[in-house]
Design a protein around this ligand. Structure first.
Ligand SMILES: C[S@@+](CC[C@H](N)C(=O)[O-])C[C@H]1O[C@@H](n2cnc3c(N)ncnc32)[C@H](O)[C@@H]1O
Length: 169
């Protein structure tokens, strides 16, 4: 879970949204060069996210464009309108994409999907919300639906502001 601080779990989650809203314009300058020839990108192509795809925490839409190479349609959710604007500009006028501005810790799906995808999002889910998050994912999926996610667990000492045992960075 990414945050610089906060007094309560809810406060941290709000700060997490505020953080990404504030850095949206420069986010890609600092992000690792995913996707684009990386093993993660190749793995997603091999998985073939076909059918109706739900992307959680889509950010600036780097994965959205790759998902669209396989999917019939993509619904992409993020809490940052700034991120969504960048993602929308990136994919262009596409009837196959629906962007939804929502906080995933309160959002409920209005339908079910063949695939749920999330990139570098699971690490932002606090441990106490882990089970309910996976319950949400289950509620988003068709009975034979599939999930694909990528993330990283690497943390520098500087990031571990509450120590190694805390998930707050
Ligand atoms: C590390 S970025 C990942 C973006 C993108 N998936 C990628 O791989 O580049 C995390 C994203 O989560 C979004 N986010 C943070 N808190 C959220 C929340 N509560 N609900 C929905 N999205 C949230 C941020 O706006 C940001 O776009």
């Amino acid at each position: 879970m990414t945050s610089a601080g906060g007094d309560s779990p809810e406060g941290l989650l709000d700060e997490q949204i505020d953080y990404y809203r504030a850095v949206a314009a420069e986010y890609e300058n600092h992000a690792l060069p995913f996707p684009g020839g990386s093993k993660l990108s190749e793995a997603l192509d091999a998985f073939r996210p076909t059918g109706s795809v739900l992307e959680l925490a889509c950010g600036p839409g780097t994965w959205t464009t790759q998902l669209l190479q396989h999917a019939a349609d993509v619904t992409a959710v993020d809490a940052s309108p700034e991120m969504l604007a960048i993602a929308s500009a990136r994919v262009g006028q596409q009837e196959r994409v629906r962007f939804v501005s929502a906080d995933l810790f309160g959002w409920r799906p209005d339908r079910r999907y063949d695939v749920v995808f999330f990139g570098f999002w699971l690490s932002h889910v606090p441990a106490e919300r882990f089970a309910s998050f996976w319950s949400l994912v289950a509620d988003c999926l068709q009975p034979d639906g599939r999930v694909f996610f990528v993330d990283d667990g690497y943390r520098t000492a500087d990031e571990l502001i509450e120590g190694e045992r805390s998930s707050t960075i």
